[in-house]
Every structure is written in C-alpha cells, then in structure tokens.
Ligand binder design. Structure first.
Ligand code: SF4
Length: 482
C-alpha cells in the first residue's frame, strides 16, 4: 500500500471489469460501466473494442472520466463488442504496459483479456513459462493466462482458456473477447464478483450491478463460482469445467469494497452494511451522546448503529471529495496537515459531546489516529470507536491491496493496545460471528463458511502456493519503467 497522505488508510480493491457483446455503442457503454466501477481501481483504465475486422484499443493512466469522456476517443473504439478494465495494481507495477485489457495475436485471431484478482501460483507458473521460452511484455497475472492460452494444444478458444485456467490457482473474475466470442469466468471459489446483465438484446458482464444500472441494463444473475460463460452469435452457453469446491466469496466486499447500491450475491450492499452496524451496536454499545460516521464508507454502518442504539446520527466529520491524487505533492512543511485535507470536524455536532465514531475498518491505524485527534480538538468529551469489520490480522493474497502483516495494527496489538495507539477511550470491532449474522442471519458455519474471511481469521481457502513455497507473492520485474 502506498504511504501517502492523500491515500485512505484502507484495503484497496484491485480492479473492475466490464464487457458488452452485441450492442452498437459497445465502447461508450463500456466507458460508462467503468465509470460506475471507478471505486474498484483509479490508477488506470482501458477498453478494447472489436468492429468485425479489427481490434481497437485505448489504455491510459488515470481516471475513466479523464480518458474516455471525449467523442473522439469513443469513435476510435468502433464495433459491437468491447471489454474494459479499471486498475489498481497489486500484482505488477503501475505502468502503461500493465494496463488492461491485454491483447495478443494468436493463430485463431486476437484475444483481449481483463482480469480482477490475484493468482496464488503466478510466480511459479510464470517462471515455468519463461523456462519454456515464453516472452513476457507485462508483469501482470493476466499475461500468464494469455501465455497459457497461447501454448495450449486445444483447438477452440474456449477449450484453450479452460486449459489455461486449470493450470492457475487463485481468485479471479475475468472477461475476455475474441473475434467471435465474449467469455466471462469466475474462479471455482467465486472469491471476486462478476454479474451478467442484458440491454437491448446485448449481453453485459460486470464486476458489480451498479455498472448495469448506469447504462439501464437489466441484472440477470451472478456468474456462478467456477462458471465459464461463452457468448457468441448463437447465444449464451455456460460450462463448469472445474472440480466443485465450496464457494468462498470475499466477505470484505460487503464491508467496504462493493458500492453500496450494488446487489452482491442476491444481497443489497447498503442493507448489509446497516445490518452490520446494528449487530455492532448489539455487541458493543456504550453510553454516549451522538453517533458519527467516518465518511463516506462508515455511513451505512453508522446509520444501523444509531437506529439500534437510539442515539442521534450526525455528520460530525465532513469529507472533501475533491482531494485527488493529482493534488500537489505535499512538501515536508505541509505534510503534517495530513488527514485535514480530506476530513474536517463539524464542530457544532461534536463540542461537549461523548462521541461514538463508526468506521468500516482499521488497517494501519494512521487515519484513525488523526481523525480521533481531530474529533478531540473539536471539543468531544469522550471518543469511542466502533468498527464494522473484525480486526484485520492478515494480508489478502486474493486481489486486494493490503500492507504486509507487520504494518497491520491488529496484527501487532490487542484491542486495548490498538485503542491506546489511536487515542480512543474505548474501541470495539464486530465479531466474525456478528458479521456472518448480519449477512446470513446465522453464525459462521466453520465447516462451510460460504465466505472468505482470511484477513480476519487466517483461514486462507485457496492455497498460497507462491508464498508457502518461500517466494514473495508479488512479482518482481527486472525492468523498471516510469
Ligand atoms: S483475505 Fe479478506 S479481503 Fe482478501 S478475499 Fe479474503 S476476505 Fe476478501
């Protein structure tokens, strides 16, 4: 995770993917879809379109709106099929050669691919491919899949993709496009989301339903864990070529990553976050005067907490939404302003009050420390913090950017120790069972948990082959590029 005052002290979703098959405005719709998925990656974006004869690509560093809002760019992406990608890098550097969708020429024609997630055997597969003579142009996991497709001995594209995916392990949702097909895949555990939609007869694939809403598409269903959807001129086919395993969707999507207006695995994210706040109040309420969310992500849980506790909800912290990453590089002289650039206390709702702050998570604790100091400086008589996730004690290896374990506050301190570090009068986190109850109305079934909760529990459902083989998970490119 980048240590920079303008970055939230948050876990970060790696990527968003989107695809349109069979619509005359495929690239424009894809740009809109990526715009709705901007929260899943803000460092780069790309679209590849196919016009029946040729593939066209535009990839750029920065936000979707900065790179895909001009008519001229969209006109350079003609055709009725397009796939797109938002990137926040966890595996591979953030340089243009890593920006997706990646594209390759094969004997069967072109293949464009966009991928959300992380392969847990990427390093070993990559090393084997290099030994077999494969030449890599990027440092992304996605190119590993492309190389495996390239050397596959199967004849059809779909069979080559299936063959490639049988050789990788990890968490992934991907969309791919050839001259005649669009392909959508979720890994066998279904860790990362992918949904299917329809618009005017066209098929849409998207990381989240909020991107279907922006283009007026109808939500059809989630792509199932381990399912490969193939869309061609005949229609939609579905295959499930992997050995069946119990599903393990990322529980953190409900806590923080997904947009609150999305429907994820048949549940509205906003409703779940409110329910988590209610459970949090049931588990750890303390006498106070006001409930204040740490905006924006703490708001739904704070609403649920306030409703359950009967205390007033107030926007006691205001967030400045216009602090972008392109804002001036801070000098040492202004670095100490830190979080104030992004958050300011709304003093009249805080002064003289016992405050319960609600946030969705504590990662390193650096932002919490500053926010608590700010709320105290605004006159709070007591500051209590309640967190709508369990303590994050381990890194994610499934496509979410997390600091190394020794930088995670909860990996180094118990709850009283964390409270002391961030300067609160009391601190509590929702329990793992409380989190499951908010989502499923039942405690965690340890034999079939349904969700991945590894960053809270250390139970990683997909083997961490690179890490457990003594190798770092992240790929180390030989070429440094700026
Ligand atoms: S380790 Fe945490 S963030 Fe990563 S997939 Fe599992 S629940 Fe999600």
């Amino acid at each position: 995770m980048i240590d920079h005052p303008y970055y939230d002290d948050k876990m970060r979703e790696e990527c968003g993917v989107f695809g349109v098959s069979g619509h005359p405005d495929a690239a424009a719709l894809t740009a809109l879809g990526l715009h709705a998925l901007q929260h899943r990656g803000q460092e780069a974006a790309g679209i590849v379109a196919y016009d029946g004869e040729q593939f066209h690509s535009h990839r750029a560093m920065g936000l979707v709106g900065d790179n895909f809002s001009s008519e001229e760019i969209i006109q350079r992406l003609p055709g009725t099929s397009a796939i797109g990608h938002n990137r926040y890098s966890t595996a591979g550097d953030t340089v243009l050669r890593n920006v997706q969708p990646l594209f390759a020429e094969f004997s069967f024609g072109g293949l464009a691919i966009a991928h959300n997630g992380n392969l847990t055997n990427a390093r070993s597969v990559r090393r084997d491919l290099i030994q077999r003579g494969c030449l890599f142009q990027s440092t992304t996991d996605t190119e590993i899949i492309i190389q495996l497709v390239a050397i596959s001995l199967y004849s059809t594209v779909a069979d080559r993709v299936i063959d490639a995916l049988h050789q990788v392990q990890g968490a992934y949702s991907l969309v791919a496009m050839t001259r005649k097909k669009m392909i959508g895949v979720r890994d066998p555990y279904g860790v990362r989301p992918l949904v299917l939609g329809r618009l005017d007869g066209a098929y849409i694939l998207s990381s989240e339903t909020c991107a279907l809403d922006i283009i007026g598409a109808e939500f059809v269903r989630d792509v199932e864990p381990g399912e490969i959807i193939i869309i061609d001129e005949i229609g939609l086919h579905s295959v499930k070529p992997f050995s069946k395993v119990n599903r393990r969707f990322c529980i953190f999507e409900y806590i923080y990553f997904a947009r609150p207006d999305s429907i994820v695995e048949d549940r509205n994210v906003y409703d779940i976050r409110k329910r988590i706040g209610q459970e949090l109040a049931l588990e750890s309420h303390i006498d106070a005067d006001v409930i204040i969310p740490v905006p924006d992500s703490g708001v739904p849980a704070a609403l649920g907490y306030a409703a359950k506790s009967g205390l007033p909800f107030e926007l006691g912290i205001i967030r400045n939404h216009y602090v972008g990453r392109t804002f001036i590089e801070p000098t040492d002289n202004i670095r100490h302003l830190g979080v104030k650039l992004k958050h300011n206390a709304n003093r009249s709702n805080i002064a003289g009050k016992r405050v319960i702050l609600i946030d969705d998570s504590i990662v390193r604790g650096t932002t919490s420390l500053k926010i608590v100091a700010m709320v105290r400086a605004a006159g709070a008589t007591e500051v209590h913090m309640r967190i709508s996730s369990p303590p994050i004690t381990g890194s994610c290896f499934y496509g979410i950017d997390t600091p190394k374990k020794d930088h995670l506050l909860a990996a180094n301190y118990d709850v009283p120790g964390m409270a002391k570090r961030i300067g609160v009068d009391s601190l509590a986190f929702i329990s793992v069972d409380g989190l499951y109850k908010a989502i499923t109305a039942a405690k965690k079934d340890v034999d079939d948990p349904t969700f991945c909760d590894a960053c809270f529990t250390g139970h990683y459902p997909i083997p961490l082959l690179d890490r457990d083989g003594g190798r770092e998970q992240r790929q180390l490119p030989l070429l440094a590029e700026s």
